[in-house]
Design a protein around this ligand. Structure first.
Ligand code: PMP
Length: 413
């Protein structure tokens, strides 16, 4: 058997030209954008798709009988099929458009969990959740009498998988776990976790906000019941994302918002619901953003998951090695399986000050708790500085970051 041909390497200089903002200067310096876990930059293809839609195709969807409306409706529904292919979901009807990951998780919490959970039932999350995969469960726990439990994490920022097994009990109804941690970069073994949960008949939701931009995702291979992601982190517009839901579950779920487009028939007294996914998309959706999301997914697939993965791994390894050589700098999150997030602390300097000095050099990172306060509390730190890479970042940018951190050390010496 011949080995599969290796994917051609990524031509970073070329792909950078697809992103207009990467040629901007900030504070008189070339922009070094290392805040991709917060939001990623947009290629020209996405910017053009959104502006072309408004310039030539804008109309509301699913309502009009006129040419533009029909065209907008077709374009909107084509992206649903596009997202299904991207996630390897079994059909477009299993994809619900939402404002992003946060809204997708709230949808499951309010539509599925609120009517399903009983007092004493358990929702199992992990100790490394973003607040958006924690607070919605706390809200629904307060509404139903269910209890939220969390899988502990190790000092390196990995899940304690032995504890995970012990936390799956006869009371557990839902496992809601993050695929890739935004604060630590840890890639969790979600396929294994989902299969352990399913052995006990537990419904599973995976927060894919940070995995979709970096890894090929196959929801059928993971086997999860729900999967959520945000367009803006995968080079698409803000204000759009999607929820994948297993068809049988979506079919049995009530609406969580009422309005136009989600009904079958309405009288003054009573309404009946459209089938999924329309049932969960009340009101005029984010049409231009959905079109932009479709262009973003096309763009990512044109570049290719394999070259993206290889380049990002190389960048992360290079950055990790350079940071390990820096005096007074500590990496936070050293899991064996990591995506391109480098959280760190500079001895004696608050992460916000690290961020401010780097900003003077035109380097954009994030400083804070990264909406993952339980992670910070577990590791006994208030915050971290975080550089997060995308495939358009370069070794030169890592070098600029390292020089910047050395300057931080000098400024605060
Ligand atoms: N989960 C994770 C792991 C995230 O990193 C984020 C965004 N930082 C979210 C959920 C929420 O995504 P959004 O704000 O796009 O809804």
């Amino acid at each position: 058997m011949t080995a599969p041909a290796a994917a051609p390497p990524l031509d970073v200089d070329r792909v950078r030209q697809d992103f207009p903002i990467l040629s901007e200067r900030v504070r008189g310096k070339p922009l070094v954008y290392l805040d991709n876990a917060a939001t990623s930059q947009k290629p020209r293809a996405v910017i053009d798709a959104v502006s072309r839609f408004y310039a030539t195709e804008n109309a509301n969807v699913h309502r009009g009988v006129h040419y533009l409306s029909e065209r907008a409706t077709v374009a909107y529904d084509e992206v649903r099929a596009r997202v299904a292919r991207f996630l390897n979901a079994p059909s477009p009807e299993t994809i619900v458009f939402t404002r992003g990951t946060t809204e997708a998780i709230n949808l499951v919490a309010q539509s599925w969990a609120r009517g399903t959970l009983r007092p004493g039932d358990e929702i199992l999350v992990t100790g490394m959740e973003h607040h958006s995969n924690l607070v919605p469960w706390q809200l629904v726990a307060a509404q139903t009498g269910a209890v939220v439990r969390a899988v502990p994490i190790t000092d390196a920022g990995e899940l304690d998988l032995r504890a995970f097994d012990g936390l799956l009990t006869d009371r557990t109804r839902l496992l809601a776990a993050v695929h890739v941690s935004n604060a630590l970069g840890t890639i969790n073994p979600v396929r294994w976790m989902v299969s352990r949960a399913h052995e006990r008949g537990i419904v599973t939701l995976i927060d894919g906000a940070q995995s979709v931009p970096h890894l090929p995702v196959d929801v059928q291979a993971i086997g999860c019941d729900f999967f959520a992601f945000s367009g803006h982190k995968v080079f698409g517009p803000t204000g759009v994302g999607a929820l994948y839901g297993r068809a049988e579950l979506l079919e049995g779920m009530p609406p969580w918002q009422g309005g136009g487009d989600m009904i079958e028939s309405v009288t003054l007294e009573h309404s009946t619901w459209a089938r999924p996914p329309a049932r969960f998309e009340a009101g005029t959706p984010m049409i231009a953003e959905v079109i932009g999301l479709g262009a973003a997914l096309d763009y990512v697939e044109t570049i290719g998951h394999a070259p993206i993965g290889t380049w990002e791994e190389e960048l992360l390894a290079y950055a990790t090695e350079r940071f390990r050589g820096l005096d007074g700098v500590r990496l936070v999150g050293t899991a064996r399986e990591k995506a391109s997030v480098l959280s760190f602390l500079v001895e004696g300097v608050h992460p916000h000050d690290v961020g401010a000095v780097l900003d003077d050099d035109g380097i954009a990172i994030r400083a804070g708790h990264h909406c993952a306060q339980p992670v910070m509390r577990r590791l006994g730190i208030p915050a971290t500085a975080r550089a997060s890479f995308a495939f358009y970042n370069t070794r030169d940018e890592v070098d600029a970051l390292v020089r910047g951190v050395e300057r931080v050390r000098r400024v605060f010496a």
